[in-house]
Design a protein around this ligand. Structure first.
Ligand code: ZN
Length: 410
């Protein structure tokens, strides 16, 4: 209904007229603040390209309409005004299905996380059971915030596998056998009655670190996650790059050794066959026992265990080869390592940097920094919140501003 009203009004506005220009400027300001959390007016001017006077007028209009809140702050020792979306303008939900857990977060549009909880779950068991539990946890967490469910603007949903862009279904049978052919977005939207935006875990990790973590302030970023597979979430010029088939970032299947082990993709010697747990743990099991996990290997390496250090270092070296290829192709300014491997710190990061300097062309690697993720296991669920913030559009927010404020033409 709202979309329709906006459509009708927009069709009455002539492109290039004062009104449509004003509307476009409002949207630019709201979008900048929506993704950044809070910005000073000078920062809004810089990121939107609007003049200081225009930004000042627009912020006043949005504040009068209740869309944004303005609080005094200081920037570079000078007094400034910090602008964020109004905390009670709406709430967003993040749901992250991992291989062994379900995590849900509730946040507001000012980037504050109001409630968050995770519970163990065997995601391979059944999709219906997974969605049932997600629905119950979402409803319970909204209740704990005391905010009305009507305020929910949308849900971001993370799944541990590639989504087919055209059908919106999970296509990979080898990763989530119980979920093949399921449309996760429709399934959860049907249960919760709000729009649901879905993406894979690597892309959401990238978004989470970009908005809340180690990627803040950069526009070109690769988030590398080593878990049961190896994937990368790619942010190019501030936007997630998915590719037409939704499979961009599959660096786990870069060939490192043509005569290496056979990978689940059917090729040989993929990066994944030198870095994923099921290939790495067997190297240590004869000397360290059969019950080893990657988390334990990282822990032992940090404690000085030479075998675990060697293995983590080799994993870093191989990831670095993949990252070097990525640098030559995309020239990101930052690579963020996520997942539990990041807890190995310099034990894994230094070998990654070594390989990058060895294999990437110098100009592609010169501005690169390789950092551990700042969000740990929360990266994906916070990325799911960021996905809603990035996809929600501004119509809902601007309706209230229009209805209550006197337009200031700029
Ligand atoms: Zn492969």
């Amino acid at each position: 209904m709202l979309e329709k009203m906006v459509g009708v009004r927009e069709s009455m506005e002539t492109p290039g007229s004062q009104t449509s220009l004003h509307r476009a400027n409002l949207e630019r300001v709201v979008r900048a603040v929506r993704m950044a959390g809070s910005l000073t007016q000078a920062e809004i001017a810089r990121s939107t390209g609007l003049s200081a006077a225009t930004v000042s007028n627009i912020v006043r209009e949005l504040k009068d309409g209740g869309t944004v809140e303005v609080t005094p702050t200081s920037a570079g020792g000078r007094r400034a005004r910090s602008v964020s979306l109004s905390g009670d303008a709406g709430i967003v939900i993040g749901v992250d299905f991992g291989h062994t857990h379900l995590r849900v977060a509730v946040g507001n549009l000012a980037h504050q996380v109001l409630a968050e909880e995770s519970e163990p779950m065997d995601v391979d068991a059944s999709a219906a059971e997974g969605f049932g539990r997600a629905e119950r946890l979402v409803k319970r967490l909204i209740e704990t915030t005391g905010i009305s469910p009507d305020k929910v603007i949308g849900v971001g949903l993370g799944v541990p596998g590639p989504i087919d862009v055209e059908s919106g279904t999970l296509g990979s049978t080898s990763i989530l056998p119980g979920w093949t052919g399921i449309n996760p977005s429709e399934e959860l939207a049907g249960r919760l009655g709000v729009p649901v935006y879905v993406d894979n875990d690597a892309n959401l990790g990238a978004l989470g670190e970009l908005v809340w973590g180690s990627g803040r302030g950069v526009k070109d970023l690769a988030y590398i996650k080593v878990a049961s597979g190896v994937g990368a979430g790619l942010v190019i010029d501030g936007h997630i790059y998915r590719g037409p088939g939704g499979t961009a970032g599959e660096i786990g299947h870069i060939t490192l050794d043509e005569s290496g082990p056979v990978c689940r993709c059917g090729n040989r010697g993929c990066l994944e066959t030198f870095t994923a747990a099921r290939y790495v743990l067997p190297l240590l099991q004869p000397s360290h026992g059969p019950d080893l996990t990657m988390e334990r290997v990282v822990q032992l390496a940090r404690g000085g265990d030479p075998g675990c250090r060697r293995v983590i270092g080799d994993v870093g070296r191989h990831i670095g080869s993949g990252v070097a290829n990525l640098c030559n192709l995309l020239n990101p300014s930052r690579v963020v390592l996520g997942g539990s491997l990041a807890e190995a710190g310099e034990l894994v990061l230094a070998p990654i940097r070594d390989s990058v300097s060895r294999y990437a062309i110098p100009s592609a690697a010169r501005q690169l920094s390789v950092l551990p993720g700042a969000l740990g296991g929360r990266a994906e669920v916070l990325g799911a919140l960021a996905l809603v913030l990035s996809e929600m559009g501004d119509s809902t927010l601007l309706e209230s501003a229009r209805s209550t404020a006197t337009p200031v033409f700029t």
